[in-house]
Design a protein around this ligand. Structure first.
Ligand SMILES: Nc1ncnc2c1ncn2[C@@H]1O[C@H](COP(=O)(O)OP(=O)(O)OP(=O)(O)O)[C@@H](O)[C@H]1O
Length: 234
């Protein structure tokens, strides 16, 4: 790791920490008075109506939305002070999973994963092969590496999305409605997979509209409502 990329630790060693933060899009306030501490290994649901600010809060954690009021620490970085050149280092410490999978359609599963490894500085072909095999094994897709994304079901594509998020052994997984495009049975499979990942010590923060899942699989619940982030009883 270069000197420039050294993270700036927050005092409490929280994986994520917001203090009196305001999240805006241009001049519009999306969330205010945001105070949040997330510890290692927590499994968190982020709920709230359409347009209430869930994605914006996640984006504030991965440096896509910049927070100018209050403070934000994420995986050791002070996001108020982060330079744009440090953003790739921040993103390497987290895995991001999207509702629409966002796999590159013109290359195989293996090449999708290899692309991310190359882009994040991996060089040794043998180590890259081992890592790709490892993450595909974790999501039970080790025999599908040669497939093109369009040859996979939605659930399988999302498993590859999760494998991709795991490549750099991140401390934090951010998932923005990861099961939003999937049927109930596939949703259950993926939930169990995400819970298994969290039991391995990773922090998972997941935006969702699926309240059935929240009843079924226990987790901490945060709600975006009326421009505030509130803790809900689980
Ligand atoms: N890039 C942007 N520029 C301006 N306004 C934005 C931008 N992105 C989101 N917004 C606005 O911010 C508000 C919160 O949006 P956000 O996507 O965070 O909500 P959400 O809770 O994730 O919604 P959904 O459940 O539909 O995903 C909305 O009013 C939205 O229109």
């Amino acid at each position: 790791m270069s000197k420039q990329s050294l993270p700036i630790e927050n005092k409490e060693n929280n994986i994520v920490e917001f203090k009196n933060s305001v999240i805006r899009h241009q001049e519009n306030i999306i969330l205010k008075d945001v105070n949040l501490e997330v510890k290692k290994g927590e499994f968190i649901y982020l709920i709230g109506k359409v347009g209430s600010g869930k994605s914006s809060l996640l984006k504030a954690m991965y440096g896509e939305v910049l927070v100018k009021e209050g403070s934000v620490f994420s995986v050791g970085y002070n996001l108020k002070k982060i330079k744009s050149s440090q953003i790739p280092f921040l993103r390497r410490k987290m895995g991001i999973i999207f509702q629409d999978f966002q796999l590159l359609s013109d290359r195989s599963v293996y090449e999708n994963l290899n692309f991310v490894l190359k882009a994040t500085g991996w060089k040794n072909k043998k180590e890259m092969d081992v890592r790709i095999r490892d993450v595909l094994t974790q999501v039970d897709m080790v025999h599908k590496g040669y497939k093109m994304p369009h040859q996979l079901s939605g659930g399988e594509q999302q498993r590859i999305g999760i494998a991709r998020a795991l490549l750099n052994e991140p401390d934090l997984i951010l998932a923005d409605e990861p099961t939003g495009n999937l049927d109930p049975e596939t949703t259950n499979d993926l939930m169990r997979l995400l819970l298994k990942i969290s039991e391995m010590g990773k922090t998972v923060i997941m935006a969702t509209h699926n309240y059935g899942m929240i009843d079924k699989y226990k987790g901490r619940i945060l709600k975006c409502e009326d421009t505030h982030l509130k803790e809900e009883k689980s």
